[in-house]
Ligand binder design. Sequence first.
Ligand code: ZN
Length: 180
Amino acid sequence: MVPVRRALRLVIDGKAELVEAEGLGLVRSERLSVPKPAVIRLVKFVHVPRKFRRQVTNTFLFARDDYRCQFCGRHPSDFRHRECLTRDHLVPLSRGGTNEWTNVITACSSCNTRKGNSLPEESGMIPLRHPFEPHFVHLSWAVRKLTPVQAKYIRLFYGAEVLAELRALQPAAPRVAHGH
Ligand SMILES: [Zn+2]
């Protein structure tokens, strides 16, 4: 799963070939016009930068945690005015905690404030699910809309069961605020 712009770059550079385009639209630049790629196939090994794999953004974090506060279990649809989803650090940054997958969890702003700078054992606030590093592919699908063309290839290569699994991972992402 890559952004369209990157997919185009890979095709233009000869690192990938276009398997199927999305609709009939063309992406035009000054010198060439290319069909908008829906599915590409890598023809060379392409290195995924470590930094990109390591970085935990709130978009992916909230998707991993099903858009629920991992302390009170509430979803933004249950929030009161001014509450929002935030990133909480199990071991606070001020106490040597990191931004790695295993130290960050989704928390509503109220729980985040209540927990403050304490460790889970000090505050007694234990997350519903221990934070884990999710599978990158699952996350990619969780935050993107699967198009009919892409669905066809998932079914072709991985079967209807995997397709159904991926579809279940695609909630309509609620609007989220960026917290700390
Ligand atoms: Zn909460």
